[in-house]
Every structure is written in structure tokens, then in C-alpha cells.
Design a protein around this ligand. Structure first.
Ligand code: ADP
Ligand code: MG
Length: 250
């Protein structure tokens, strides 16, 4: 079991973050603070660096320059125990990434047992509680292929929550879903936000951003072009690039 007590200070602090892939500079100096309990949505065109930003927060990508601090621990410090750090960060991707050969319950217990060393009964108890929380209390014995995309994504969220993360990163969690399945996943995310989870969410769902996010960040070409209260950025953007983007997606 982890004994990391969440320290004071922001949940995520990104300062002067640069990331290049070879000659391609994808992040060109990002500064971003996410407070505890805050929900921040990141919007912007395809290729603007949104996924790379998220992946730098939990070091799925190694930043080229700059500093990323999560719950007071500098994750870009070469001496940091990154596995220990990642346990504190839940991540949900566009593709649900469930293990196809495991049942839903198996998907929710395997990392609790292997990574956190929880016993079977405890892992299953927590898994069932989180499955009930996402409306999948009756699906623990199903295999991923037997679930709809929306159910799979809710199972993926429950799996991340079973690890007891301090914050959650979502990268376009509803983009791969049929339109009629999007609402159930957003409802789960909205509930999580209401419960006080810190969330950094890349999404194209503008109504979600507007209603649930505390702040919206508009990224273009590797930079934060505009940020502000969700309602303001979505309905009254100050920058031309933001206006053009919103005109395309709204
Ligand atoms: P977004 O999520 O906003 O669509 P990404 O962060 O996925 O943008 O990608 C930003 C840019 O970085 C794109 O041009 C993409 O092709 C490039 N990129 C992303 N990951 C890699 C990688 N592993 N290697 C090379 N280029 C990459
Ligand atoms: Mg992306």
C-alpha cells in the first residue's frame, strides 16, 4: 500500500515545458497549474500537442526541457521513482485498453494486486464499489468484447479509480464512441468531478467543458493560446485562433 500523503500545493504544475520529436518541436513552452479538485479541459486542433502534454505529465513522454511537478513531487527529477509516481495518476485514453482475456473484474483487480500488492478480497471489494459507481455493477463477469464501447470506457475509468489516484488524466475519452454512448461516459466523469477529483481532460465535448470544467485551455501549435473560466473561453473567446477553432467544432 502506498503511504504517500497528498501534500499541500497544486496537483499539477508545468513550467517551461518543451517537447521535441527529432526536429519537430511539439510543445513550445507550456506553463500550467492545476489546483487540487480543479477540472481543467484542454481543447485545440488535432496535432496541437494536447496528448503530448498529458503524456509528459505522467512521463509516458520524457520532456525535452522544463519541469513537471505532480502533488509536490518533481516527476522530471531524474531520481524520482516514476512507477511510484504513476500510481498516483489515473489515465484514461481514447482507446479503452482493457485486457481482452480478462473479465471486467479481472481488469479491475490485476493492477491493484500486482502493483499495489492488495489481497484478492480487498481488490475485489474496491473493484465492485467502483464498478457500481460507473453503473457496471452487473458486468463484473463479462469480457470486454461483450460490452459496448461506452461500457468498456466506463470500466476503464473504474479500473483507474480502483488504484486510488490523486488525479485523473483523460485523453479524448469519448472520441472513439458512437454518439449515443458518449453521454453515459460524460455522466461518469461529471460525477467524478462533483466528488472533487482533480481532472485534466482533453476533449472535443464543448458542452462538457462548459458545464463541468473550472477552466478551459485552448492549445494551438504547441502553445497555450488562451485560458480562462470555461464559460468565457467557450462562449466569448478573446483570440482569433480560438474563435476559428470553436466555429469549427461547435
Ligand atoms: P494532439 O493530441 O493535439 O492531436 P499530439 O500531442 O498527439 O497532438 O501530437 C502533436 C504532434 O506531435 C503531431 O504532429 C504528432 O504527429 C507529433 N507526435 C506525437 N507523438 C509523436 C512521436 N512519438 N513521435 C513523433 N512525432 C510525434
Ligand atoms: Mg491527441
Amino acid at each position: 500500500m502506498t503511504t504517500d500523503a497528498p501534500p499541500e500545493g497544486p496537483a499539477i504544475e508545468v513550467a517551461g515545458l518543451h517537447k521535441s520529436f527529432g526536429d519537430l518541436e511539439v510543445l513550445k513552452g507550456i506553463d500550467l497549474t492545476v489546483r487540487r479538485g480543479e477540472v481543467v479541459c484542454v481543447i485545440g486542433p488535432s496535432g496541437s500537442g494536447k496528448s503530448t502534454l498529458l503524456r509528459c505529465v505522467n512521463l509516458l513522454e520524457q520532456p525535452t526541457a522544463g519541469k513537471v511537478t505532480v502533488s509536490g513531487t518533481e516527476v522530471t527529477d531524474p531520481d524520482v521513482d516514476i512507477d511510484r509516481m504513476r500510481r498516483r495518476i489515473g489515465m484514461v485514453f481514447q482507446a479503452f485498453n482493457l485486457f481482452p482475456h480478462l473479465t471486467v473484474l479481472g481488469n479491475l483487480t490485476i493492477s491493484q494486486r500486482r502493483v499495489l500488492g492488495r489481497g484478492k478480497a480487498e481488490a475485489e471489494r474496491l473493484a465492485r464499489a467502483h464498478l457500481a459507481g460507473v453503473g457496471l455493477g452487473d458486468k463484473e463477469s463479462a469480457y470486454p468484447a461483450q460490452l459496448s464501447g461506452g461500457q468498456q470506457q466506463r470500466a476503464a475509468i473504474a479500473r483507474a479509480l480502483s488504484m486510488g489516484p490523486e488525479l485523473m488524466l483523460f485523453d479524448e475519452p469519448t472520441s472513439a464512441l458512437d454518439p449515443e454512448l458518449v453521454g453515459d461516459v460524460l455522466a461518469v466523469m461529471r460525477k467524478l468531478a462533483d466528488e472533487g477529483m482533480t481532472m485534466l481532460v482533453v476533449t472535443h465535448e464543448m458542452s462538457f467543458a462548459r458545464e463541468v470544467a473550472d477552466r478551459v485551455i485552448f492549445m494551438d501549435d504547441g502553445q497555450i493560446v488562451e485560458e480562462g473560466p470555461a464559460e468565457q473561453v467557450v462562449t466569448d473567446p478573446q483570440h482569433q485562433r480560438t474563435r476559428l477553432f470553436l466555429a469549427r467544432v461547435l
